[in-house]
Design a protein around this ligand. Structure first.
Ligand SMILES: Nc1ncnc2c1ncn2[C@@H]1O[C@H](COP(=O)(O)OP(=O)(O)OP(=O)(O)O)[C@@H](O)[C@H]1O
Ligand code: SF4
Ligand SMILES: [Mg+2]
Length: 406
């Protein structure tokens, strides 16, 4: 999508509502299409993350001294390719939102490196940081809490434009700004004259559309979608997911799509990363992950996905106990306190003493488990309770709605 546009359907980079609608009419939405809309080759790395660490300090005692850290993200490395949807899954509290917010500089990292298009995200300051922010946006989970109830829609969406106004884009000019806001309202399927309304006048799904317009109006390349449908009715979820897929193609976007629902991630991701207690434990392309999961944690998550056919009864593998505190993560493999494979193998010592590295087991499938070679397709089928089949292709928009959040 071009930069420096003055706004308006027909202006470079602003797809009219029809363009967005057409993208959803059976057109397969893929990374190549999305990247092409940005004039860039699919497959090249857009966002690269290396050894990212984000700790929250814990203060205690009368003097409020620092007594520890919540190790929310603790050494995570991965790449997001241009035009793809990278799904990030894991239980509540494993660090997904912290990772997403740190990446786009809503939070400051404790350590690590990250780049977008080769530019150092964490080194930017002042005006360079302001320009960088335009390239990376976020869609929040809670469409109620994330929209200021005292602001009309024109100001909610226009706020970022004012912050990014310059002589070239003329977003400081009210008329230019309002026109652009209306264009983006239309692009997300809302009426242009909604600009004067307030958040309470909209349904949950409409509010999330406003949140999406606010993120996209700045013409970003990379969007963190932080559980954008979790707070919505199931009937609305698939509409918003399909809209996100359509917009991705029309605007040439790259998504980091955060969710704790494996069905949603399967539905729209190209590749998936599975997080556990601040670490990435498995990563692969979506079809491989759902048909050949290899980390015991991923396998347990898949086993917990409800079976859509009520005639089929399956035994669920229940994860034992709660997720340990990220303030005191277990030594060695962080999953060892709940790992069913470790139990089957007679509790080998290395699980408690050595942290398993995230290693490529072939074709970009990375797994962090000392005993990955013990995991066969037969074992996975036995544990998950059914043969694990290949994932459905991402898109077309007419695909049935994903199941309710697990
Ligand atoms: N501002 C904060 N200060 C201290 N600890 C925090 C803060 N924000 C998050 N945490 C802690 O960091 C850990 C990771 O939180 P985070 O919100 O990133 O997880 P998450 O995977 O997004 O969870 P959820 O699925 O519930 O949204 C949790 O233990 C959480 O309690
Ligand atoms: S390293 Fe051990 S505890 Fe960790 S996932 Fe593998 S078998 Fe389980
Ligand atoms: Mg979160």
């Amino acid at each position: 999508m071009s930069t420096g546009m003055s706004g308006g359907p027909g202006a470079p980079g602003v797809p009219a509502a029809g363009v967005v609608a057409a993208a959803g009419q059976g057109a397969a939405v893929d990374a190549a299409g999305a990247a092409a809309a940005h004039g860039a080759p699919a497959g090249e790395v857009l966002v690269s993350v290396r050894d990212l660490v984000k700790y929250y300090p814990i203060y205690g005692g009368l003097l409020r001294r620092k007594v520890g850290d919540v190790k929310a993200v603790d050494g995570v490395s991965f790449d997001v390719r241009r035009g793809e949807v990278y799904g990030l899954v894991g239980e509540s509290g494993c660090g997904k939102s912290t990772l997403g917010k740190t990446l786009i500089r809503l939070l400051e990292p404790t350590a690590g490196r990250a780049t977008i298009g080769g530019e150092d995200i964490f080194a930017k300051k002042g005006d360079d940081l302001r320009r960088l922010r335009r390239r990376m946006q976020i869609i929040f989970q809670d469409p109620v809490g994330s929209l200021n109830p005292r602001m009309p829609v024109s100001d909610i969406i226009g706020e970022g434009l004012i912050a990014q106004a310059d002589r070239e884009n003329r977003w400081g000019d009210r008329k230019v700004r309002d026109k652009r806001v209306e264009d983006y309202l239309e692009a997300v399927g809302l009426r242009r004259d909604y600009t004067r309304r307030y958040p309470h006048e909209f349904s949950g799904g409409q509010r999330q559309r406003i949140g999406i317009a606010r993120a996209l109006v700045l013409d970003p390349e990379f969007v963190v979608c932080d559980e954008p449908v979790s707070a919505l009715d199931v009937s609305i979820q698939s509409q918003i997911l399909n809209l996100l897929l359509d917009l991705r193609r029309a605007f040439g976007l790259t998504y980091l799509f955060i969710a704790h629902n494996l069905s949603v991630v399967q539905y729209l991701s190209d590749r998936v990363g599975v997080m556990y207690l601040g670490k990435l434990v498995e990563e692969s392309d979506v079809a491989e992950l759902y048909s050949r999961p290899r980390h015991p944690y991923t396998i347990a998550l898949l086993s917990a996905v409800p079976e859509p056919d009520p005639r089929i009864r399956k035994k669920r593998l229940v994860l034992k106990g709660d997720v340990p505190s990220p303030a005191a993560p277990p030594p060695g493999c962080r999953f060892h306190t709940r790992c069913w494979l470790r139990e089957r193998l007679g509790n080998p010592a290395s699980c408690e003493t050595q942290e398993p590295p995230l290693l490529d087991i072939g074709a970009g499938h990375r797994v962090a488990c000392h005993f990955v070679d013990q995991v066969s397709d037969a074992l996975v089928s036995e544990v998950v309770g059914r043969p694990v089949g290949p994932a459905p292709a991402a898109g077309p928009a007419t695909t049935s709605a994903p199941s309710a959040p697990a």
